[in-house]
Design a protein around this ligand. Structure first.
Ligand code: ATP
Ligand code: MG
Length: 423
């Protein structure tokens, strides 16, 4: 017996009844990015493995255990991108996009992480991200946050709030790291295995632990915000002032450290309580060291990535972005009428681009055709039978209104449908 073929675990098919909502989101995101002067950069799905080890950091969940890494046919180690920033920076350096200029870029598409699949956490998932280069001040941090705000508002999403923190510069972080290690060492017995290991390699990541048993220990840990270097403190204050002036609400979350090593200063997350454990729908921050880390000339950078799958779930829960199908379904009986319907459909498409016009293909009785028309969610069925064909008329049947079927001359059909608000 052959095994039933199934999609790879954690990789979803997006079926037609859901893809309409994806289009709504994608159109809004693209539109908002464009309105802020961000331009799209399209990047490969595969990158050299080393890129991610050097940018995201060796001692991170992603690089330690989540990457799809394999040798290609030449033996080179390549990895399916787990996120977009590293590839974006790589491309900017490679093509000289960062010399003496600022760049505002966005990207979108699938990312791959070998995680335990559950609602809001998949192995192939989708992100839209924005990256801004060459601007060191908090103004552009604020701009990116405003972009997020505008996207949620345009989509009509409710219940997404902003959390904010600053990680300071690496040197100041090293000082804090020592304080933190002392604290966790004193409570070593309360740490789980992962955290004990991280104590030596990457103690800040313990603050990001999702283990509920660690939460109280983490809550009482010394705060990174109290150990910021003066310039980072000023940057953070600058951002807060800008957000206050723009009327953006936020909560300072001193435990927000983010899962990637490359962040400096500002980090932020957009979170909701409506999606259970996977409540972060967008996350980002500043990464002033990353470009030089990857071999480019030191250039400040800041960006974010939003989790499209989670946003789609939220839109669905809030019944937003329901695709409005509507349109016209052409029903015809007999070969001559079917040919006439095909021509009429083309004419209507010429006259009213953007209106959905479905032609009944494959014949069938009037009854079965009308059943299909109803199932298609069309608003109107246009009926062409032998009688209509002989008279040069079309039957107009409203499928969602309780009005009588009527007959109109073929030549006036578009006008009639326009008057009825169908096209
Ligand atoms: P988490 O803490 O939920 O694992 P993360 O810190 O690993 O998130 P980022 O790398 O910052 O996530 O990615 C940005 C956004 O992409 C996340 O906030 C989330 O919305 C989304 N995301 C990340 N991993 C997944 C996944 N496996 N499935 C679906 N969405 C994801
Ligand atoms: Mg993760």
């Amino acid at each position: 017996m052959t095994k039933k073929l199934q999609a790879v675990r954690g990789m979803n098919d997006i079926l037609p009844e859901r893809s309409g909502r994806w289009h709504v989101l994608e159109d809004v995101v693209r539109g908002v990015f464009a309105d802020y002067g961000y331009r799209e950069i399209r990047l490969p799905l595969l990158e050299p493995t080393e890129l991610f080890a050097r940018s995201i950091g060796e001692v991170t969940d992603i690089v330690e255990k989540e990457m799809y890494t394999f040798a290609d046919r030449n033996g080179e180690s390549i990895t399916l991108r787990p996120e977009g920033t590293a590839g974006c920076v790589r491309a900017c350096i490679q093509h000289g996009l960062l010399h003496n200029q600022t760049q505002r870029l966005w990207y979108g598409g699938p990312m791959f992480r070998y995680e335990r699949p559950q609602r809001g956490r998949y192995r192939q998932f989708y992100q839209f991200g924005a990256e801004a280069f060459g601007m060191p001040g908090p103004d552009v941090d604020a701009e990116l946050i405003l972009i997020g705000t505008r996207i949620w508002r345009t989509l009509g999403l409710r219940g997404i709030r902003l959390e904010l923190n600053s990680l300071g510069l690496p040197e100041a972080r090293a000082g804090y790291r020592a304080v933190l290690v002392d604290y966790f060492r004193a409570h070593r017995d309360r740490l789980d295995r992962d955290s004990q290991r991280r104590l030596e390699s990457n103690p800040l990541r313990i603050l990001d632990s999702k283990n509920p048993d660690l939460q109280s220990l983490v809550a009482e840990a010394p705060r990174l915000l109290d150990h910021l270097d003066p310039e980072s403190a000023a940057h953070f204050q600058g951002l807060r002032t800008l957000l206050d002036q723009a009327g953006i609400e936020y909560r300072i979350n001193p435990r927000l450290v983010r899962g990637l090593d490359y962040y400096t200063r500002t980090v932020f997350e957009w979170v909701t309580d409506q999606l259970g454990a996977q409540g972060t729908v967008c996350a980002g921050g500043r990464y002033d060291g990353l470009v030089s880390e990857l071999g480019g000339q030191a250039t400040p950078g800041v960006g974010f990535a939003m989790g499209v799958d989670r946003l789609i779930d939220l839109m669905q829960d809030q019944t937003l972005g329901e695709p409005d199908l509507g349109g016209i379904y052409l029903v015809a009986s007999g070969q001559a009428a079917a040919a006439s319907a095909l021509v009429l459909a083309e004419r209507l498409r010429d006259q009213s681009p953007g209106t959905r016009i479905l032609l009944n293909c494959g014949g069938g009785s009037f009854k079965s055709q009308l059943k299909r028309a109803d199932k298609s969610q069309a608003e109107v069925a246009l009926v062409l039978g032998e009688e209509e064909l002989a008279m040069g008329t079309v039957g107009v049947k409203f499928l969602r209104r309780s009005v009588e079927q009527r007959t109109r001359p073929m030549a006036e059909i578009a006008e009639h449908l326009r008057a009825e608000g169908v096209i």
